[in-house]
Design a protein around this ligand. Structure first.
Ligand code: CA
Length: 724
């Protein structure tokens, strides 16, 4: 309801471009709340951030702001789309590539007349889309003398320090390329303070001679929580490298205390003069450390404490440059007279461990890496000094920006516009009961897969590999040192949190059937995928069939029927034997639709979800739903013929048959009377008693020639009708 009213108030047609505010989105990488003084953490006095604090003082600070998946790429994809990782397809940093063909907020803002630009870190593998201007770092980018990918192709190297250069590029764009007749959105995205925490040369001696306070859990023993905590490889004690992280030169002298890989590529990029300044700062301290360890003066935990100091100082030095550059951008907006009509937001793709639990890095659903900073200034709208504890998440940013621009928020967006919170028209308690979090468990740093929900008081986490639940009472144990999942006093709380967990997974269509999955280790599958991507890229297809072995069989037993059905049409067969909904989702977001924009999709999928592990019908149906939504999003003008999952098992009481029937009962409602059309073909194959004859499907699953002929005939008229 609120959304409808606001959409009306902000309707693009009612507002001239001058009245639609500009958006400056300043974004950093791995910025922990504990290193922003406005959040009041333990480092606020030793390492204040006056410019970030200025945004908070002149606007709002959100104290319960969280990511949906605590790694770089996934958080960025969630921000662009307003959708959780499994829906936008960017699940982890290892196997993912952002499917840029999907709808994103920059594309929609661009369409609504905004000028759109992004400079700095992108980190989504595929090129940015939806931007009038972009100049981004390749992959992680470099701290010193960085290269930038150019919109027109190629790279350009800039001398200097990356945080300064990203800000220069942002201000340059505002100064020289912005169209004063249009509102704009500018995403200014920093590499800092990402590992390996390389400071600007003007900051290399900052904090020298000062002891930064250690977090109380620096020597955490990981007891009383999931046993997977002890398996991670992100600890300051064990997993800091000699060269890259700790900035020593030469051979690793203490193999039991430091890892040896990789070398410090940042050092290698510097000019001789830069190296000199860098060495002058680090080398005397390095030599002092080596001497102290060799003489036995420094040992055991004291070495970990030394490493913590080296790490935290470099991290805070990086933050110092971020803060200075935020100040520069704010000053530019003031001086150019744009501050009044510009929303400024500061955030970071996720938080980070600054030694808490003995860690650096992120990934876990624990507070330090789950949290994202969120500071927002909007003169005349946000009351200065506002502090808000509503549970907000990165999936909320896209709908917020859309509403600012008066653009209708697509129904498939999972986040909620924050405007009612920014305007203070909705109370924090009325906002959202809990947030959902998911981490896939990629190999890097060996953090186990887990997901969970957090409300204002409690957090429940589930670890599927070890089938463990953890429960934290954040009021009594804000540092999350002991799970109370098996404490009888929390029995009811745990039950309630499990109910909440199940309901949020349902709300976000989250299950095994909806998390995109590939089978690239199977050679035939990888090769077929590659061939289909190439076939898709040729373009010009009128009709595309999507499914599993039953669809693939049109290339075998169904060849004659296929020929008749697709006669005179350019048809593409995207059927893969053994695929379930999750593999189809992965394929469609990894190239098999690129170049494809047909008149008609024919979709039948789900029987392998049933066959492999008897997935509940509701979950498989959610997989089908996400496939349909994806096709609607990528090809909004195409028709979709959604087929019932074929009957399987000879007899009607076959349990797998019943599961497929259950899927059909749900997915038939995906028909929308416009572009999605339901066709139930069960009756075509079954006899009057519901028996599936062996003559039609000898294995009670796959049609043979006769079966394909019956199938093709049964859908021929619908195919003809929908392709007119
Ligand atoms: Ca990050």
């Amino acid at each position: 309801m609120t959304r409808v009213i606001l959409a009306f108030l902000f309707s693009a047609s009612l507002l001239s471009s001058a009245e639609r505010p500009n958006i400056v989105f300043i974004f950093s990488d791995d910025h922990a709340l504990n290193s922003i003084s406005a959040y009041g953490g333990p480092l606020k006095d030793v390492a204040p951030t006056p410019n970030l604090d200025r945004i908070a003082a002149e606007g709002a600070i959100f104290t319960n702001s969280f990511c949906s998946n605590s790694i770089c790429g996934p958080s960025r994809a969630a921000i662009l789309t307003g959708k959780h990782s499994h829906v936008n397809g960017y699940v982890d940093n290892n196997n993912s590539r952002f499917d840029g063909s999907q709808t994103t907020f920059p594309k929609l803002l661009q369409k609504a007349g905004y000028q759109t630009a992004i400079v700095g870190k992108w980190h989504l593998v595929s090129d940015p889309q939806g931007f009038d201007h972009w100049e981004v770092l390749p992959g992680q980018g470099s701290y010193y003398n960085p290269d930038f990918l150019q919109q027109e192709g190629g790279r350009k190297r800039y001398d200097g320090y990356v945080t300064d250069i990203v800000t220069d590029l942002a201000i340059d764009w505002l100064e020289k390329e912005r169209d004063p007749d249009k509102p704009f959105v500018l995403m200014c995205q920093h590499k800092a303070p990402h590992r390996n925490w390389s400071p600007a040369l003007r900051h290399v001696t900052l904090f020298d001679g000062i002891d930064i306070p250690e977090p109380a859990s620096l020597f955490d023993d990981y007891s009383k929580r999931s046993k997977t905590l002890g398996e991670q490889a992100m600890s300051i004690a064990k997993d800091m490298s000699w060269n890259n992280d700790m900035k020593f030169h030469g051979e690793n002298l203490f193999l039991e205390k430091f890892t040896s890989e990789p070398d410090n590529g940042e050092y290698a990029r510097m000019s001789e003069e830069q190296k000199k300044a860098w060495d002058a700062a680090y080398e005397p301290l390095n030599q002092e450390f080596i001497k102290a360890v060799e003489s036995g003066k420094l040992k055991g935990d004291a070495i970990t404490s030394w490493k913590y100091q080296r790490y935290i100082k470099d991290y805070l030095r990086c933050i110092k440059a971020v803060d200075e550059n935020v100040g520069r951008l704010l000053d530019y907006l003031d001086e150019s007279g744009q501050a009044e009509n510009t929303i400024v937001i500061y955030s970071s793709d996720q938080g980070f461990y600054l030694g808490e639990h003995g860690w650096y890095d992120k990934r876990w659903m624990f507070e330090e890496s789950l949290a994202m900073p969120f500071l927002a200034r909007w003169p005349g709208v946000i009351k200065p000094g506002m502090r808000n504890d509503a549970l907000i998440q990165n999936i909320d940013y896209a709908p917020t920006f859309l509403e600012v621009a008066g653009v209708e928020v697509p129904a498939t967006v999972q986040g909620k516009s924050l405007i009612p919170l920014l305007k203070n028209t909705v109370k924090s308690e009325e906002w959202r009961e809990a947030i959902y979090y998911f981490y896939s468990g990629e190999e890097t740093h060996q953090v186990a897969a887990h997901d969970g929900v957090r409300n204002k008081r409690y957090k429940v986490m589930y670890f599927p590999d070890t089938e463990e639940w953890n429960l934290f009472d954040l009021l009594k144990d804000p540092s999350e040192m002991a799970s109370v999942h098996d404490d009888p006093e929390y029995k009811e709380v745990l039950e309630d949190m499990k109910v909440l967990y199940a309901s949020l997974r349902k709300e976000y269509h989250m299950s095994e059937a909806t998390v995109p999955a590939e089978r690239l280790k199977q050679k035939w599958w990888a090769e077929r995928h590659k061939a289909k991507v190439a076939e898709a890229a040729e373009g010009g297809h009128d009709i595309v069939f999507i499914g599993d072995s039953i669809t693939q069989g049109f290339e075998g037993a169904g060849k004659a029927a296929w020929k008749e059905l697709t006669d005179g049409k350019n048809a593409l067969n995207l059927g893969f034997s053994g695929d379930r909904t999750q593999e189809v989702l992965w394929r469609l977001m990894n190239g098999e639709l690129e170049g494809v924009d047909p008149k008609l999709f024919v979709l039948m999928i789900g029987t392998n979800n049933t066959g492999h592990n008897q997935t509940a019908p509701g979950e498989t149906a959610d997989g089908v739903r996400l496939i349909v939504e994806l096709l609607r999003d990528r090809s909004p003008d195409a028709e979709i013929l959604l087929l019932s999952v074929f009957p399987r098992g000879e007899m009607p009481e076959n349990p797998l048959r019943k599961i497929n029937d259950g899927i059909n009962t749900i997915i038939k409602d995906l028909a929308d009377g416009e572009h999605v059309h339901w066709l139930d073909l069960s009756g075509v194959f079954l006899d009057v008693k519901g028996v599936l004859p062996k003559s039609v499907m000898p294995d009670s699953l796959h049609p043979k020639e006769e079966g394909y002929r019956m199938w093709a005939e049964a859908m021929a008229s619908e195919v003809e009708r929908l392709m007119k």
